[in-house]
Ligand binder design. Sequence first.
Ligand code: CP
Ligand code: NVA
Length: 300
Amino acid sequence: MTRHFLTLKDLSPSELIALIHRAIALKQDPMGSQTTDLLHLRTMVLIFEKSSTRTRISFEVACAHLGGSSVFLSPTDSQMSRGESISDTARIVSRMADLIVMRTGEHSRLSTMAEHSAVPVINALSQDFHPCQLLADLQTFFEHRGDIQGACVAFVGDGSSNVCQSWVNAATMMNFELRVGAPGGYHPRAELVSSAGKHCSLTTRPQDAVAGADLVLTDTWAGMGQEAEKAQRLDALADFQVNEDLMATASPDALFMHCLPAYRGQEVSAEVLEGPQSVVWDEAENRLHAQKALIELLMA
Ligand code: CP
Ligand code: NVA
């Protein structure tokens, strides 16, 4: 059966833990004995309907390391922008390529692609979820602090972001506490929060989210597709910046993560982003290793 990766929950908790350990092993020896030629004579098609730096590079480099080739389609390059349906596109790509990596807006576009694709479809970001980011984030926590089980994680800022909503999924799967500090109207979707049960709590006070936390996270206040609401969002989220004062209330050895791109002076201060608790550069690099491990799992 074709396996897709549209949300973190497409993996079992034990597969997720194994994937993190595999990503850590691959990182030790990125081009060496750990790396197979799994994608030899195979092709990855990247369909990106939104901008990307990290995700595109990490997937294309991962594909090259695994011996495969990749084809990148931006909205202007494919017939999808001229009205060819996602379902027809999925069937065509499936006949020629071996893996589809798609970045899009509405999550349902990914579900439609997966429904009609005979090859694995990976969510490279949708409005609702960014599960590939979580693979790298979890790997980064494991590398710096060990198992995340039982840890206290604080997400401060736009709790409705795709990254935060993926952290809500991770909380149940990895058995840690997630506290989301966000203003009203910027919380993760209610059904996600309720499915996380005791693992996820909401507050409108950033200090309450961060108190004693082992990891503090944020994301841009105006994501891709939210440009028209930017002024309103910056105003609503102004008191939710992760800065040194807020970090001082976390555990003394707390880590700071951000999926990037970061907007210094908005969701995070330059001091925190560049400071000793920040692991954002490792986090970005780990996109490569974690996604290699994901490709192995889906293509094996
Ligand atoms: N974090 C992330 O997905 O970055 P890009 O938008 O640059 O791919
Ligand atoms: N929430 C951000 C993440 C970017 C990687 C966005 O969707 O733009």
